[in-house]
Design a protein around this ligand. Structure first.
Ligand code: CO
Length: 140
């Protein structure tokens, strides 16, 4: 099982490769707000565990195992963002909240939240009720 920190690195690497076509240690360090030296250490561990191939002067590439996990982690992140947005969480809090909780939910919980999103989207009254509750609290 990958640790939260391993997941964070794979998630960022996957997104960087999707956006730019490559992922550099310096870019990963910047997006995770950590030191490049700690990214290098983590990347070496991820290489050893078969998630990516890292060559100091040639950059890094995700293996099929790393790609599969990266895709799943990004999907999980997006799903949780969608959930918090649907229940009316303040937009500027959403990203950090998801970063904080995403590693600590089982895939079973993730699947149930996905079901809940579906039910909510099929029942606009449910979302409307939540909005009404939120508004009534704000005016207290
Ligand atoms: Co995330």
């Amino acid at each position: 099982m990958p640790t939260p920190s391993m997941e964070d690195h794979i998630e960022q690497i996957y997104m960087l490769i999707e956006q730019k076509g490559y992922a550099r240690v310096s870019d990963i360090a910047e997006s995770l707000s950590v030191l490049p030296s700690s990214v290098t250490k983590m990347v070496q561990k991820l290489d050893k565990d078969g998630y990516l191939v890292y060559e100091r002067y040639r950059g890094l590439m995700l293996t099929p195992k790393g790609l599969k996990l990266g895709k799943r982690l990004v999907k999980r992140h997006d799903l949780l963002e969608q959930f918090l947005r649907l229940i009316g969480v303040q937009e500027d809090l959403i990203y950090d909240d998801v970063e904080g909780i995403e590693h600590h939910l089982s895939w079973n919980s993730i699947d149930r939240i996905a079901d809940l999103i579906q039910v909510m989207e099929e029942n606009p009254k449910f979302i409307q009720k939540l909005e009404e509750l939120k508004e009534s609290q704000q005016s207290d």
